[in-house]
Design a protein around this ligand. Sequence first.
Ligand code: HEM
Length: 254
Amino acid sequence: MDPLEHMPGTSVGQDPVPGTDADEDRAATAKRRVSFGAVAAWAAHLGALLPLTLLVWDVLTGGLSYDPVRDLTQRTGRAAFILLVLTIAVRPVVRLTGVGSLRGLARILGLYAFGYALLHLLVFVGLDFGFRWDLIVGGVLEKRFAVIGLASFLVLLAMAATSTKGWMQRLGALWKRIHRLVYAAGTLAMLHYLLAVKTITGTQLAWLVVVVLLFVARIPEVEERLGALRRLGERTGSGDAERPPPDPDPEFFG
Ligand code: HEM
């Protein structure tokens, strides 16, 4: 039997249906894009769950440091911070590569960033202060970096709470404004990080450079250039990259 017999437009003895090859090409490309986006989403889930897995492992096997509460605070804080930075990085990466299916990563990474920030807060109020609210309020207010951390957390909370399609439709233009606050959350988290560590080392400075670069990448003129760079790459035949939707999408849980 001819393997092509049952494929539309390719049956033996029939004229090919005009446009079918192009349709098939388009369908194949769309399928590739979907699967690429799905693989990236899986990688994001796995990567985001890794710090939690290692943390649980260390808790169960006694692998934490001599100050386990501090260890937990620092590790959850760092995970939240890194995931937040990666969330902000999604937009310029999509601009530069044109791979629009990566866009969904912002929502995934942003929700994990919020999850780790919540754990970080729970360790602080639960393990550090034993849920003694009278002490917690004083404890937060006396540390400037904790107040800044709390402000960052509240922004993340607002975004996480409105991250569903339902809220997106209900809030309309306001939704976009709320989710642009991811840059405020990033600034506050960076400041919180710099103030929380006793001495600023190369690690914090490197993160500061990354955050500043990501913010620069958000300037409309720079975004335009990133798009132009991508188009140049496409013209020189280096890629069959996807074109992202023309309207800049929400940066966070879009
Ligand atoms: C909810 C309010 C928050 C409170 C009360 C809080 C509290 C703290 C405390 C007490 C430390 C110092 C731990 C130590 O003794 O070394 C810390 C460190 C840190 N926090 Fe927060 N935090 C908050 C929110 C956040 C958020 C939203 C993020 C990130 C998105 C974050 C990221 C970090 C980082 C990166 C560190 C430094 C970890 C290190 O030493 O390497 N925090 N936080």
